[in-house]
Design a protein around this ligand. Sequence first.
Ligand SMILES: CC(C)[C@H](C(=O)O)[C@@H](O)C(=O)O
Ligand code: SF4
Length: 484
Amino acid sequence: MTKNPRTLYEKIWDAHIVERREDGSALIYIDRHLVHEVTSPQAFEALRQAGRPLRRPDRTLAVPDHNVPTTARVDSEGHLLPIADPQSAKQLAALAKNAPEFGVRYISATDPEQGIVHVVGPEQGFTLPGTTLVCGDSHTAAHGALGALAFGIGTSEVEHVMATQTLILTPAKTMEVRVEGKLSPDVSAKDLILHIIHSLGTAGGTGYAIEYTGEAIRNLSIEERLTVSNMSIEAGARTGLIAADEKTFAYLFGRPMAPKGADWEKAVQWWKSLATDKGAVYDKTVIIKAEDVQPSVTWGTSPEDVVPITGVVPDPASFADPAKQAAARRSLEYMGLEPGQKMEGLAVENVFIGSCTNSRIEDLRAAASVVWGRHVADNVKQALVVPGSGLVKRQAEAEGLDEVFKAAGFEWREPGCSMCLAMNPDKVPAGERCASTSNRNFVGRQGPGARTHLVSPAMAAAAAVTGHLTDLRHLEPVKMGEKA
Ligand SMILES: CC(C)[C@H](C(=O)O)[C@@H](O)C(=O)O
Ligand code: SF4
């Protein structure tokens, strides 16, 4: 019997249906649940109140990330240092108590594997192709880079998954975002996803599960794919899939929680069968030309407010939609910018290299290669490098990247979400600008009044060493022997 051709999304969906419902929704089995301290306390509490156990503790992994300080966490005798903010302290303490109580594997704030939940999942091999994976966090889309049907859920859904290992879901429409051709060596995966979000708009992906395809996507490393899938939610899509291929298998092979031996062989066979069939139809296809992607930067307070670094701040009057015009005016006022102003040369007082979008080893290497032999500019008051996990940090240290950053005047911190959303003490002061490798430039995101410009790791590094937003193609080369 020949089956209708299906997309990757449809295959994973079909494989997880527990029960179809009359209204078109379905009860879907959830394979993997990642838990952090912000969206889990109420869910654990509700289970406790109801006297219910957690259905599959072995499929659940908990790690604190949003509230942890990125400065030293223990004193010289190894005792945990107190957390100053009471709300943060409460959330962290709740996770430390709840996870072991419900039998969930808990990576603590002082464990070497601790890190941002979306960095830890792939790194541990907890995230696998063909699985359904959820977390009470909107950037769960990141895990789609490994071919997992991964999406963020709210706290009440967190409770539902904890109690039943299922969710009632309505199937999404499918959208192919095909990136044709080759990216220029000057541009990164971050520039690509900023370009895509600009093309789609922040609501363009609403109701869709994106699948990224095409030559430029296939050519990306797994870490670069994670950057792309991570920001799908900024285009409105809860899911951003990339079909698993040989690179995915090589990345996952031997990871602590990945299948081993005969199970591995069986798994790879199944993962290979999940690729979208020839002739399968997406509800929508968007074609992006890789050659159009340039080193990019955001000017406003929405991730779609993207221009090439060579560009200027747009005139709000240039937008056709009156609502967009008004939003752009508000953005410019908040950002302290004028229409027509050049992006390159805009002074920044803060630089943040981190977040689940750009804090993996390849990101740190890209930033360090720009920083090498240079120094953080005098007008930059804070330049932070926050590795995505303890393992990334250790790897970077083994490669000497920490020394490159420290010698240049960067602060080398402990892993966590940090200045991506400023729930911990890492904040951008009001009215100051930050070149940031994170994913959201919302009003107040990096601290009240903070002005965020989203960029790639290499562009953030270039901004740090020049003191202003800089086209990295314009940096003078550092000659060997001239290292500061
Ligand atoms: C705190 C958490 C719920 C939130 C999210 O859902 O994404 C955060 O991670 C973010 O990036 O804004
Ligand atoms: S690093 Fe930022 S985007 Fe990622 S989970 Fe943490 S707060 Fe959310």
